[in-house]
Design a protein around this ligand. Sequence first.
Ligand SMILES: [Zn+2]
Ligand SMILES: [Zn+2]
Length: 263
Amino acid sequence: MTQSKICVTCGTHYPASVHYDLCPICADDRQYIPEGGQRWTTEAELLSRYSVRTHRLRENVYELEITPAFAIAQRAFLILSPQGNILWDCIPLLTEPMVEFIKAHGGLRAIAFSHPHYYSNMNDWAETFDCPIYIHRSDEQWIFNKGGRVELWKGEEKALWDDMRLVNVGGHFPGSSILHVPHLSPEGTVFCGDTLVIAPNKQHIAVMYSYPNRMPLPRYEVERIRKQMDGIPFDALYSFMRDLNLTGDVKGIFTRSMDRYLQ
Ligand SMILES: [Zn+2]
Ligand SMILES: [Zn+2]
């Protein structure tokens, strides 16, 4: 177990030796300090109160989430791929059963991130599975607990194995990225964190500077994201939370959503 202090609002793990009055991730205007003020917890407390749920979403894709919900309540994805598995984003709790589950499925070749809100306890995951962590260089300033596993990448794309790739889309954060996996569906599957957020009605895809604070992106950013995503084939989209999955008319919904912003 690591001696970290953990922000209750976002789940980021910080070294216990470093003092912060406020969590720097939550003090940023894309997050928030709750009305009652900053609260911290420990890994021991999380382990005593929470577990990790795994759910098979489709062949070769599992979602992992903390139950009951904790902090941002994002899910991580374990994506099984012939030449090595990838973990897309992280959740702030790594349990023994979770380690066994992932090892039984072949371990991890890498961890890749959509953006800083999900860095959580990434070093623990990377050490456990002896793998690198891919983070876009534009978000380097938001890494507060940088272990030896982080590999910064730059530019618009990073090619991975099995024709998978990371694409820097920006918007929410300059380094906000997506993972494109061609072998999961005919046109390819996109894991987007909250770079793109599927609305509960499954008829809208949001792009925002801050989701919890409802802060929009400037029009030129929406135009740029639309153009960039137009060039990426996909027919399935998985956003940051449970149930935010889209597998029908995905391109149509994306285009109509961007049109709505730009009208
Ligand atoms: Zn926080
Ligand atoms: Zn976010």
